[in-house]
Design a binder for this molecule. Structure first.
Ligand SMILES: NC(=O)c1ccc[n+]([C@@H]2O[C@H](COP(=O)([O-])OP(=O)(O)OC[C@H]3O[C@@H](n4cnc5c(N)ncnc54)[C@H](OP(=O)(O)O)[C@@H]3O)[C@@H](O)[C@H]2O)c1
Length: 265
């Protein structure tokens, strides 16, 4: 897809993967509408981007006023919406608060649905593309990630249903599922857990490049990493095999979940 002069709404723009997407898209000549709750981070990001002419929207997307504020900034029309903002609270379900669980469902699943619905009327006649940034854990339920996995399963289900609902229209609905990525979303305990379990972590710039490939392909979903892609397929066909494989990892996950709790206290 030709990115030059495309208007792109990017949520979570100041985060690890978001900033990498912003840089790549700006280098390709896109006009960005960058969203974050933090004006200083947005300003710093904008100053690093070629041109520095991008629109900055300070908004908490879990609040209706925040989403309204973003919609007002999109009045000129939008070509691409990247639903990238997300949150994870790593830990065993019993130690998670109601507000943490609600925050994950709200931001990871409900906000993308509401933003997409609100932005559909702003789409350009020539076409509109929605990219939902999910996770490998949106296809494999993983211990220590109950709320997060459930919210990303919901996002994947939304993507699939909307893609089918809009089949034959000029709207494309895409899904990117990164595996573990080196951003501040992952606490030191999560990084240590991934190391112990032998789970690779990707750079956010590589993930951004994969998202661009998905846009260029303009159809379907992209699941990142090997052997993660294989386990996603296996989990779909024979989940009991994956149950057994993951049961062996449980002691490490439990120990690191407790370490994560201690980090936070
Ligand atoms: N890192 C990984 O291992 C990994 C793996 C698979 C998938 N993903 C997915 O990739 C996406 C980006 O994650 P990341 O690793 O780049 O995380 P990150 O560095 O923590 O960035 C997350 C972004 O979400 C934004 N955000 C959080 N709450 C918000 C709210 N209420 N309103 C508006 N924005 C909000 C934050 O913006 P401000 O704080 O600036 O407001 C932040 O920029 C997420 O959807 C995540 O689930 C990440």
């Amino acid at each position: 897809m030709e990115m030059k002069d495309k208007t792109v709404v990017l949520t979570g723009a100041a985060g690890g993967i978001g900033a990498a997407i912003a840089l790549l898209f700006a280098q390709q000549g896109a006009q960005l509408i960058l969203v974050s709750r933090n004006p200083d981070k947005l300003e710093a990001l904008n100053n690093e981007l070629p041109g520095g002419r991008h629109i900055r929207v300070v908004a908490d997307l879990s609040a209706p006023e925040g989403r309204q504020h973003l919609l007002e900034a999109c009045g000129g029309g939008v070509d691409i919406l990247v639903n990238n903002a997300g949150v994870n609270h790593f830990g065993l379900l019993q130690s998670q608060s109601e507000s943490q669980i609600r925050e994950m469902f709200e931001l990871n699943a409900i906000v993308p649905v509401l933003l997409t619905r609100a932005l559909l009327p702003q789409m350009r006649k020539s076409g509109f593309t929605i990219v939902n940034v999910g996770s490998g854990f949106g296809s494999i339920g993983f211990a220590g990630y109950c709320g997060y996995s459930a919210s990303k399963f919901a996002l994947r289900g939304f993507t699939e249903a909307l893609r089918r609902e809009l089949a034959g229209s000029t709207v494309k609905v895409l899904y990117l599922a990164p595996r573990a990525t080196e951003t501040s979303m992952n606490s030191p305990a999560v990084v240590a857990m991934n190391k112990e379990l032998g789970n690779a972590m990707d750079s956010p710039h590589w993930v951004a490049a994969e998202l661009l490939k998905l846009l260029n392909k303009s159809t379907g979903s992209r699941y990142l990493g090997w052997p993660e892609r294989f386990f996603i397929k296996l989990n779909g066909l024979f989940p009991s095999i994956v149950d057994k494989a993951l049961a062996g990892q449980l002691p490490v996950i439990r120990r690191q979940a407790m370490a994560h709790e201690r980090e936070g206290s």
